[in-house]
Design a binder for this molecule. Sequence first.
Ligand SMILES: CC(C)(COP(=O)(O)OP(=O)(O)OC[C@H]1O[C@@H](n2cnc3c(N)ncnc32)[C@H](O)[C@@H]1OP(=O)(O)O)[C@@H](O)C(=O)NCCC(=O)NCCS
Length: 228
Amino acid sequence: MQRVLVRSAGSAGPEVEVVAFRLERRPGDLAALDDAERERAERFVFALHRDRFIAGRAMLRGVLGDRLGRQGRSLEMVSGPAGKPALADGAIEFNLSHTEDRAVLALGPPGRALGVDIEAQRPLSNRAALAAVSFAPQERVDVEAEVDPDAAFYRVWSRKEAVIKALGAGVGYGLTRFRVSAGVRAQLLGFVDPRERLDAWTLESLDLGAEVAAALATRVLDTPGGLT
Ligand SMILES: CC(C)(COP(=O)(O)OP(=O)(O)OC[C@H]1O[C@@H](n2cnc3c(N)ncnc32)[C@H](O)[C@@H]1OP(=O)(O)O)[C@@H](O)C(=O)NCCC(=O)NCCS
């Protein structure tokens, strides 16, 4: 397990802990889940996907329980309007992301919504087509202007996902309703929604190795606009 401590950009915000781990199911993982999670686990068609889900939720509960001094199994989870999991008592903010057998969990104190994303950097044969349906026009231009456009594509993708997940939204929010940077330095550049204040946000890339792109977004919770 790899742990990274991220001090939110602007440094006024609280520290956010990032835990990167492999989705390898261990004995006892299923017993750590609640009834709803076990029912969901049963619905997976492929054992590989089921085991990864179980491993992810068991790790999530284990880490949260550890930080709170409680049994992970006893933690009550609720879902936001678009399915974002949260603790019912809001004692810790968290967000989980996974790609293949890699996962990343971000957690921090209440007051800031978190969104984290990890993406395996597979070779792209259809970069322009994917960007056309997911990126704002300027983001597409910015990606193609970078020295390594594939790497830039994954930077933008993971940053946009992290923002969507901090909002607690899904793709229904509108992927072109905000813009992020394509360069090595992560920046949230603007929202269409005038209620979203950029100073309520932080956005950063996470260095979790060359095979993946990863990003973390944080958003102050008492500002209007988000769903969480
Ligand atoms: C959940 C969602 C927001 C992200 O899904 P994803 O990228 O496939 O998956 P990730 O691994 O990053 O995240 C999934 C985890 O996020 C959490 N999650 C679920 N719904 C969420 C939501 N609405 N907001 C934040 N987190 C959510 C869950 O913990 C989930 O894992 P679990 O169910 O195993 O516990 C998805 O609904 C979505 O809309 N994806 C957008 C896909 C896309 O086209 N992206 C283009 C980017 S430019």
